[in-house]
Write a protein that binds this ligand. Structure first.
Ligand code: MLT
Length: 412
């Protein structure tokens, strides 16, 4: 009989978003005419930037001609895309990142999970609470944790609470950890990190020989340019951080699929015999064995995100969602809710009213306003009593949803 990876049995029921979809389906089966508006999963709704579409169309034409046809591409990504990424996203912001340190991939969710392939089982791993569930679940799958307690916390993981009481900025742990997941702008709270905050993490990581896994998938939403867009804006981060970026939330590639990881060549990890090994070399080996690269067509689309037109179109797209976020923030605050985030992020994090649990509030919003959000407790125990609203939707849907929610609070 085949044996399974029993770590999977430790996982809690369902991944958060499929669980929400299941509950919404159960509701619509009984109420087929309810005009549901989904502000739950952070999935984009607006069309792809024209520059990206045109580049992909052109790439398809090339693939239809023997002289310009391409088969397998480089596993790490085409050099013309990696060079643009290094230049526009890092070097132009003063970060010392080379194109050879860019690994193009099909998503940050995949990258943040896959990166665990190259790390051992005995690392002390810290995550925020609430947290993007992928960081936790992939560690469970990899056997890095014990079982979950009643509050849903897995043994062996170090949870760092972020709540309104600490202004959604995690306190640097007193104990030594080896791997730390940071996500800024933060999913789910919408909080953003200052340079001082990131500097404190980089100092901590360097003092403790720790590695930061920095997820900046929402970087494009930072609307104050004095805030850091990359961890590499902090001196020393090349020696203690891997950064994950995505084209999903800026260029709308959630369905197209393209992202990248920065793995600096200066990063080292310890072998049990005491010698050092380059993390870059391990990741390169992992990717060239298990991954065949992102399609040529998609990489051409991603490259166009850096053209003059592409950059303008992406700015407009991000601006559109940020305006949605402003509407949500202001309307919910006017309805009397405590509202956080949504200024440098597409997520608005609210305190549930009257001490309601996150799932009770989910049910109320679904039943009374036909609006779907994400229960804070789905992101971790410290998310209980909070609720996330995503700004990814059409203007009309966001406005209608907010009218319905405001009305729901008015009538009680
Ligand atoms: C979310 O809603 O948190 C996002 O969809 C996460 C993701 O991009 O995987």
């Amino acid at each position: 009989m085949v044996r399974i990876n029993e770590n999977y049995l430790k996982l809690k029921a369902g991944y958060l978003f499929p669980e929400i979809a299941r509950r919404v389906k159960a509701f619509t089966d009984v109420n087929p005419d309810a005009p549901i508006i989904k502000l739950g999963i952070g999935d984009v709704t607006e069309p792809l930037p024209a520059a990206c579409r045109e580049a992909m169309q052109q790439a398809i034409v090339e693939l239809g001609d023997r002289s310009t046809f391409r088969g397998y591409g480089p596993e790490q990504g085409y050099a013309w895309l990696r060079e643009k990424i290094a230049r526009y996203d890092f070097q132009m912001r003063g970060c010392e990142i080379d194109a050879s340190e860019v690994f193009v991939s099909d998503g940050s969710k995949c990258d943040t999970g896959n990166i665990l392939d190259i790390f051992g089982k005995d690392n002390a791993i810290a995550v925020f609470d609430p947290v993007y569930p992928v960081y936790v679940d992939t560690n469970v799958m990899a056997g890095h944790t014990g079982i979950a307690d009643e509050g849903g916390k897995y043994g062996g993981l170090i949870y760092i609470p972020i709540t309104a009481e600490n202004d959604f900025t995690a306190t640097i742990p007193e104990r030594k950890v080896d791997l730390i997941y940071l996500c800024f702008p933060n999913n789910p709270t919408g909080a953003v990190a200052t340079k001082e905050h990131l500097r404190a993490w980089v100092d901590y990581a360097r003092t403790n020989d720790a590695l930061i896994l920095f997820d900046s998938a929402y970087e494009a939403f930072i609307s104050d340019d004095s805030l850091p867009h990359s961890i590499y804006e902090i001196p020393g981060a090349r020696h203690c951080a891997i950064e994950f970026r995505s084209f999903s939330k800026n260029a709308g590639f959630t369905g197209v699929r393209c992202a990248y990881a920065i793995v600096p060549k200066s990063l080292k990890a310890k072998v049990s015999d005491g010698t050092d090994v380059k993390i870059w070399a391990l990741w390169n080996r992992r990717q060239s064995t298990k991954f065949n690269g992102v399609s040529y067509v998609v990489q051409r689309g991603a490259e166009a995100a850096y053209s003059e037109a592409g950059r303008q179109q992406i700015q407009a797209l991000v601006g559109f969602y940020l305006e949605n976020a402003r509407i949500v923030r202001e309307q919910l605050a006017a309805a009397g809710l405590s509202v956080y985030g949504g200024v440098h992020a597409p997520y608005i994090w609210i305190k549930t009213p009257d001490g309601m649990t996150s799932w009770d509030f989910f049910d109320k919003l679904l039943n009374k306003a036909y609006v779907v959000g994400t229960p804070g407790s789905g992101f971790g125990a410290a998310g209980e009593g909070y609720f996330r609203i995503s700004a990814f939707n059409s203007r009309e849907n966001v406005e209608t949803a907010m009218q319905r929610v405001t009305e729901m609070f008015r009538v009680g």
